[in-house]
Write a new protein. Structure first.
Length: 317
């Protein structure tokens, strides 16, 4: 009976710590800053997708006019539907234009924007979010009081859980923002592009968005926990952020087992990149092996960070 009561008290204690950390992240407007950053970047890419689609259609029309006037091609022959399928100088341009216009559909466009978020902007934002959120006690000099009152283990577990929760919430918010943005662009530019020559793929179904959503959450959790651990180990988030940006964007993928390559190895079999951002294909690594290596790496980093941080908390109190 006493053991059960103690277990309940521990559960209530950790739940209270989690609520406190989530409340702080909300009051501090970390959520708002992250969503605003996502919205700004995705809006720019959404209008860029319109410019790309319009340019692709205009290029198709120019090439078709040249082939028709100079080579006597019919349009069907130029795209490979004639008697000789290999004689199709316009086929690639025609398909690219159709895919570019398909990228303006609301769901397809939202998925394209989420893929940009997942592989380009998201790692930086989630790493920064994890680094800053995890070191707020060190920043405000409250770590001693919390370590005595709640214990370093509860604080550490709460930090990890709240980051996972924040990543899931931010991914859902980013998808809604992306969908609203692409719907607005779709309605605004409807009829402004001549699509009479095109075969445009249909828009995605809601179920088709799930792989991209899942991959965005997985990528966000990885980089948020990486930011948390790195910031707690070095206690200088503003110093490690430039190093992370340089390492992520400037240093090429070093090997098959680079975390960036492992994430892409997991994503590539399940994601389809149509009419939008197309990342380079990853170096070959088994999907299961890639997931296992990432899990082991995150678990090991969390264990090391907890050991160092708990000893540090003990000494400071």
């Amino acid at each position: 009976m006493a053991t059960e009561t103690t277990s309940k008290r521990r559960t209530y204690a950790i739940a209270g710590t989690i609520r406190s950390d989530l409340r702080y992240q909300w009051v501090s407007r970390y959520y708002l800053y992250a969503v605003t950053c996502f919205a700004a970047v995705m809006s720019a890419f959404a209008f860029g997708a319109y410019a790309t689609a319009r340019g692709a259609v205009e290029s198709l029309q120019r090439e078709w006019a040249f082939l028709h006037e100079e080579g006597g091609y019919t349009f069907q022959r130029a795209i490979g539907n004639g008697t000789d399928p290999t004689d199709a100088p316009l086929k690639d341009t025609w398909e690219a234009a159709g895919q570019a216009v398909a990228g303006l559909h609301p769901l397809q466009g939202a998925v394209n924007l989420l893929q940009v978020l997942c592989f380009v902007i998201g790692p930086l934002v989630f790493f920064t979010y994890g680094a800053i959120a995890a070191t707020r006690d060190a920043h405000y000099k409250t770590i001693k009081f919390r370590a005595v009152r709640e214990g370093p283990r509860h604080i550490f577990v709460s930090q990890a859980i709240t980051l996972v929760t924040a990543v899931a919430a931010l991914t859902a918010a980013a998808f809604l923002v992306a969908l609203a943005t692409t719907t607005a662009v779709h309605l605004t530019v409807s009829g402004r592009i001549d699509t009479r020559l095109l075969h445009i793929p249909q828009d995605l179904s809601p179920a088709d968005t799930l792989p991209t959503l899942a991959m965005t959450v997985a990528t966000g959790v990885f980089f948020a926990l990486l930011g948390m651990c790195t910031a707690l180990l070095f206690q200088r988030p503003l110093y490690i952020l430039p190093a992370f940006v340089a390492g992520f964007f400037l240093i090429p993928i070093l090997s098959r087992f680079d975390p960036r390559n492992l994430l892409m190895a997991i994503a590539y079999p399940h994601l389809e990149f149509i009419g939008g951002f197309v990342p380079p294909a990853p170096r070959p690594v088994g999907e299961f092996l890639a997931a296992l290596l990432l899990l082991v790496g995150v678990a090991g980093l969390l264990a090391v960070t907890y050991a160092v941080n708990s000893r540090r908390s003990t000494y400071t109190t």
